[in-house]
Design a protein around this ligand. Structure first.
Ligand SMILES: NC(=O)c1ccc[n+]([C@@H]2O[C@H](COP(=O)([O-])OP(=O)(O)OC[C@H]3O[C@@H](n4cnc5c(N)ncnc54)[C@H](O)[C@@H]3O)[C@@H](O)[C@H]2O)c1
Length: 394
């Protein structure tokens, strides 16, 4: 195979303005199909295609999966079933490159793992923040033991993002909460139902990479729904989880979409060990900080770590999210075309999804502590075999 014939499924902002330009400019990809269940959204994607005559436009996902000329599905949907859709594509013999989060139920996490193991197809979760420059620097510091035993990490995603909770299902137009009274056609979207804490891939993926670890236990709390900031929204303003890792670190993770937050710097991270601490910047004009206990440092020192990597190749520049978007598309291409093993494999992807799903489940069960399953094959669960009910984590 010289190039991957790819179908882009989900023609919202992320699919059309984020993925389509990269899939058309990066060597190794050819877009052969587009799909969205809202037909009115097809046109803006077709307008951005290099040669729309070569591209088939589908409304039904099943038709994409039945198309023998599609090698891989690029999934940029936002819906409760996005995990099941990834599994369906693997079951249909397609490679899958999909947007975050990987899934919204533990059942779908297992379905993806089993379909990937049984099909041997490439599954990649396109979580890109793990490629950021400071994440690589922090990973090295932790791996070298410069911070001692890691005891405490924090990660949060606070993004004031209330413009996509209501949509006209015919035209695809989104409505801000303030517009609802004048637009009876506006219907709630999955964002108006989704527990915010499900959206932890951009926190768990880099933190678990830095720690080389996985989460084993979760407990979480939520403010009430509807939102205090926007009572029209059926979502809580704040959800917070505590997680314990296999190597014995405690993570505090928080997500909020409904309450106002400064436009930039949505993410914040903190890693603390027995011999030092690392902290991401608090505001755009700020700088990240580091403190090492045995280096004669009286206070945290500022370090000019950035999202952008100092070693980024030219083709990464400007691809989005501090150049990080490039890396997921390059890794998927190299895995499909050249068989290069994925560093962020299906198991590490599920390590970012399952704790978040179980955090919401913990909230639903009155903040009960829940165990997180390990999706890797073992003596008790050979590759391709479904886990025994006790090991599923549902
Ligand atoms: N990695 C990142 O930095 C990043 C940034 C933004 C969004 N995202 C992710 O990208 C995805 C898309 O985000 P968006 O803002 O474009 O969302 P969106 O809601 O604007 O677009 C998603 C599209 O998928 C379509 N869709 C949903 N289910 C479908 C189905 N079964 N068949 C066909 N089409 C279907 C919807 O009609 C919609 O047009 C989400 O999963 C989101 O979490 C990731």
């Amino acid at each position: 195979m010289k190039e991957i014939r790819v179908a882009l499924v989900g023609l919202g902002g992320r699919g059309v303005y984020g993925w389509l330009p990269i899939l058309q400019s990066l060597r190794g990809y050819r877009v052969v199909a587009i799909c969205d269940r809202i037909e009115a959204l097809h046109e803006r994607a077709l307008l951005r295609l290099r040669d729309p005559r070569e591209v088939r436009a589908y409304v039904r996902y099943e038709d994409v999966l039945a198309d023998p000329d599609v090698d891989a599905v690029a999934l940029t949907v936002r819906c409760r079933e996005q995990g099941a859709m990834a599994a369906q594509a693997l079951e249909a013999g397609k490679h899958v490159h999909c947007e975050v989060p990987a899934a919204h139920s533990i059942e779908d996490c297992w379905r993806i793992v089993l379909a990937q193991e049984r099909s041997g197809k490439v599954y990649q979760l396109a979580e890109q923040t793990r490629y950021w420059g400071f994440v690589e620097a922090w990973r090295k510091l932790v791996a070298e033991g410069r911070l001692g035993h890691i005891t405490f990490c924090e990660g949060q995603y606070f993004h004031y993002y209330v413009g996509q909770n209501f949509q006209d299902p015919r035209t695809g137009r989104f409505f801000h909460p303030g517009e609802l009274a004048a637009h009876p056609e506006a219907q709630p979207t999955w964002l108006n139902e989704m527990p915010p804490i499900h959206y932890l891939p951009h926190e768990l993926s880099p933190l678990l990479k830095i720690l080389d670890d996985r989460v084993v236990q979760v407990v979480a709390m939520s403010t009430r729904a509807p939102s205090y900031a926007h009572p029209e929204l059926n979502v809580p303003d704040m959800q917070v989880a505590l997680m314990k890792t296999e190597k014995d670190a405690i993570l505090r993770l928080a997500v909020s979409f409904a309450q106002p937050h400064p436009e930039a710097n949505y993410h914040w991270y903190h890693v603390m060990g027995t011999k030092g601490a690392l902290e991401w910047k608090r505001a755009e004009r700020d700088l990240p900080r580091m403190w090492l206990a045995d280096h004669e440092m009286h206070d945290m020192a500022e370090v000019d770590w950035r999202y952008e990597r100092a070693d980024a190749p030219a083709e990464a520049r400007g691809t989005g999210h501090g150049d990080a978007d490039y890396y997921v598309h390059a890794a998927f291409r190299d895995a499909v075309l050249y068989g290069k093993p994925l560093e962020f494999d299906v198991y590490r992807a599920m390590d970012t999804a399952a704790p978040a799903i179980l955090a919401a489940e913990s909230i639903a069960r009155g903040s009960a502590p829940l165990a997180v399953p390990d999706f890797r094959p073992s003596a008790a669960r050979p590759k391709g075999q479904a886990p025994a009910p006790a090991g599923r984590g549902e």
